[in-house]
Design a protein around this ligand. Structure first.
Ligand code: RUB
Length: 308
């Protein structure tokens, strides 16, 4: 097994690489390194190496369809190629990884451009956890000259909200930092909520950092729009076949490292926000209704819906 793949999977598992996008990028870059270093003698052996890497990467975090879609696309291109030579397949994997990364970057830029238009001068934008897609959008709004402020949660138990807060301060965006349980106390002052996504299901439900669904309910109660900012490739095609999106359960030690022995501590990483709480999904194709996710994915990435 490639050492790079093993090390990448470990970094993802430990949250040293966090956020769906960064996870997917790290995973496919590991495939790129694997293909550049492969000693496989024939196509069968090469595909076998890629498949083993896929298994290890998929096991690193359960709720990451962007990683799964990206890895599957790259491996399928190699499998379906007419060439049998590893000398041709290996650069092909490498260039497909680069192509995928370019497209992902273009999607995020387009998403940021579209979403930044929703932010007006004087607004207070609420966010949760750390989504590189949301922070890119906020950076774009700032670069467009919008004068707005941000409120962000610390995001227990791993405190990813601190990453968001630091990025906002570095961008010179006025930012307020609160504990997760203070969300309701401030929702009345907020103009809109923007969170990222780890997975989007065929019903338009969104899986994101634990606490997102409570924030959506609070936004609904306060009649504030709740937006999800996400690349379309976070859609999970398996949900169309009836599969539930798995919710990763993390080590309880992250919640309380010195908890009494008999205490039952649970640590789900994500929760599901039902589509009825989502005002819109801001993606590379525009601001779409969550219910139109399958049709939009089919238009832009028909291969995602094809059985593997
Ligand atoms: C991160 C999280 C983010 C999404 C989207 O959770 O829930 O909102 O992954 O991020 P964790 P991005 O820190 O457990 O990975 O927009 O960067 O893909």
């Amino acid at each position: 097994m490639s050492e790079t793949v093993r090390a990448t999977a470990e970094k993802i598992r430990k949250l040293e690489v966090q956020g769906a996008r960064n996870v997917a990028i790290a995973a496919i870059k590991a495939l790129q390194t694997l293909s550049e270093q492969t000693k496989a003698k024939n196509k069968t052996a090469f595909i076998c190496e890629l498949k083993e890497a896929e298994k290890m990467l998929f096991a690193s975090r359960e709720t990451e369809p962007l990683m799964r879609n990206a890895v599957r696309w790259i491996i399928t291109q190699a499998q379906n190629s007419s060439t049998e030579k590893v000398d041709d397949l290996s650069p092909m994997v490498s260039s497909n990884v680069s192509l995928f990364l370019q497209n992902l970057e273009a999607s995020r830029e387009r998403t940021a451009e579209i979403g930044a238009k929703r932010i007006r001068d004087g607004m207070l934008v609420f966010t949760h956890c750390h989504s590189s897609t949301v922070t890119r959008l906020l950076a774009k709004a700032k670069a467009d000259g919008k004068n707005f402020s941000v409120i962000c949660t610390e995001t227990r138990p791993a405190f990813q909200g601190r990453i968001t807060a630091k990025e906002m301060v570095d961008l010179d965006i006025q930012t307020m930092f609160i504990v997760d349980s203070a969300a309701r106390s401030y929702m009345g002052d907020v103009d809109l909520v923007m969170v990222g996504a780890d997975a989007i299901t065929s019903e338009g439900n969104v899986v994101n950092k634990i606490g997102s669904s409570s924030i959506a309910v609070l936004a609904n109660e306060a009649r504030k729009p709740f937006y999800v900012v996400s690349e379309l490739l976070k859609f999970d095609p398996e949900t169309l076949n009836g599969q539930y999106e798995g919710i990763e359960q993390r080590n309880p030690i992250e919640v309380w490292s010195e908890a009494p022995e008999k205490l039952y501590v649970r640590n789900p990483a994500f929760d599901v926000t039902p589509s009825r709480y989502i005002h819109g999904i801001i993606c590379e194709e525009g601001v779409i209704a969550p219910q139109s996710i399958v049709e939009t994915v089919n238009r832009s990435y028909p291969w995602v819906l094809k059985p593997i």
